[in-house]
Design a protein around this ligand. Sequence first.
Ligand code: ATP
Length: 235
Amino acid sequence: KDQTAILSARNLKAWYGESQALHGIDLDIHSGETVALLGRNGAGKTTTLKSITGLMDRRSGEIKIGGKDISRLPLHHIARHGLGFVPEERGIFSGLTVQENLLLPPIVAEGGHTVEEIYALFPNLKERRHSQGTSLSGGEQQMLAIARILRTGIRILLLDEPTEGLAPVIVDRIGDVIIALRKRGITIILVEQNFRFAQRVAERYYVIEHGQVLDQFSAAELPGRQDWLSDVLGV
Ligand code: ATP
């Protein structure tokens, strides 16, 4: 097994009530890489992210960060191990301003970005710093959600459908941000339905079907799998 993985999952299983959604997922994510989880609706991609972050009530298997087993840690301890999750619904506080949202999360690990660093990375958030969360566009909300997590000092960022519902020009901006984060050495795992976007940012892919890993391959291996992948994804 891969010794250099910053994040690994072994035989991850998860249930919603009696219904099993994951049937033994294995992942090995290397430090600094950007990995996309692909698969049809209902394949288990979101559940995989929720299982890694400890958001599933019923789950089994092993999850390690930097070789340390985190699978039994309470949710609020996981951020201390450098893991942050931006859910599809983004979870920003709409009644607070951009700046208030940014100042809210506690810095739980070393290396958290300062508000100044955040504004350098997201100039549009600086312009909008006194705006209420409710007045932000979908793209600005997504950027704020990512920015908030960066404040905590995470090294591994899990993003669930970051481009969902966003206009193409904003999707490009989110792509720029992800590439900038990769350059800063942040490890990124994203669930993405927008395959064109995934192709722009991802260095490696996992294809999930029926709660299992069907295949994994690098960006360089993608061209040889295009037809197969179109079949699996139904696109
Ligand atoms: P999507 O892009 O549609 O979210 P996904 O690959 O992320 O797809 P999951 O959301 O992880 O898929 O869903 C995996 C399975 O778990 C599906 O069969 C889904 O119906 C089921 N499921 C997801 N959320 C719940 C829930 N809250 N309660 C019950 N079943 C759920």
